[in-house]
Write a protein that binds this ligand. Structure first.
Ligand code: CDP
Ligand code: CDP
Length: 224
């Protein structure tokens, strides 16, 4: 069983995917964290963001692993915990440039498919339903207005004690969506057979409930 969740930045993908993973006993795979991890390495090693060959070279010696924790999920790069580092602004603002390189995507898509071969997964990202798992059992495309998405990130930053400027956040989200939707390879796009859910006015619980209903329609045995 594979559940694909795609959508633009801050549409709620990882939050709802983690909850559904816990409730339905699926492995949660955060494909965005993989692009963030290689971007973090590129910045740390001062590799040129446009040098695709050098980035792929670096990626080939980078292991990316996930570990479920009580708070969510930790990400390890060559066994070192990079969970917080990959969410920092420098990574967020560079990741869409790194993720646009076709050869970088080739390596990561292969790793993502390998994970999904071995276990029941719920994977979130931008191209999961279209490219990574085109035969996914269930495909969801989450959207929300850019104002709402910026507000959500702003609130999250404030809760974490991270400095946050709403106008700047809105601009950054808009820029990233534009880069992700217009790149040549695997752009952010709803798969033809994906179900779109507008979460602008929905709570996390409401979105989780809707997606679970869609999963239960296909797998009635999972309904308790
Ligand atoms: O959580 P947030 O929406 O901020 O982003 P993310 O899921 O962590 O993804 C970070 C970036 O990685 C995206 O803006 C894309 O540039 C890239 N990405 C991608 O190209 N393909 C994916 N399947 C997942 C992420
Ligand atoms: O993974 P993605 O970037 O799509 O979004 P996220 O990190 O799961 O969600 C961004 C923020 O929006 C988090 O702080 C969530 O708690 C919040 N959220 C929300 O307020 N309402 C929803 N329906 C979904 C997420």
């Amino acid at each position: 069983m594979t559940v694909a969740i795609d959508g633009p930045a801050s549409s709620g993908k990882s939050t709802v995917a983690k909850r559904i993973a816990d409730q339905l006993n699926l492995i949660y795979v955060d494909s965005g964290a993989m692009y963030r991890t290689i971007t973090y390495v590129v910045i740390k090693e001062r590799i040129d963001l446009t040098d695709q060959k050098a980035i792929v070279n670096a990626l080939n010696s980078v292991s990316i692993e996930f570990e479920r924790t009580v708070e969510g999920q930790s990400v390890f790069c060559n066994k070192i915990d990079v969970t917080d580092k990959i969410r920092q602004n420098d990574v967020t603002n560079a990741v869409s440039i790194v993720a646009a390189h076709p050869l970088v995507r080739e390596v990561l898509v292969e790793r993502q498919r390998k994970i999904a071969l071995k276990q029941n997964v719920i994977m979130d990202g931008r191209d999961i339903g279209t490219v990574v798992l085109p035969d996914a059992s269930v495909k969801i495309f989450l959207v929300a207005s850019v104002d709402e998405r910026a507000e959500r990130r702003h609130k999250e930053n404030k809760q974490k004690g991270i400095e946050s400027d709403l106008t700047k956040l809105k601009q950054e989200i808009t820029d990233r969506d534009y880069k992700d939707s217009t790149r040549k390879v695997s752009p952010l796009k709803k798969a033809d057979d994906a179900i779109e859910i507008d979460t602008t006015a929905l709570s996390i619980d409401e979105v989780v409930k809707k997606i679970k209903e869609i999963i239960f329609e296909k797998y009635p045995n999972l309904r308790k």
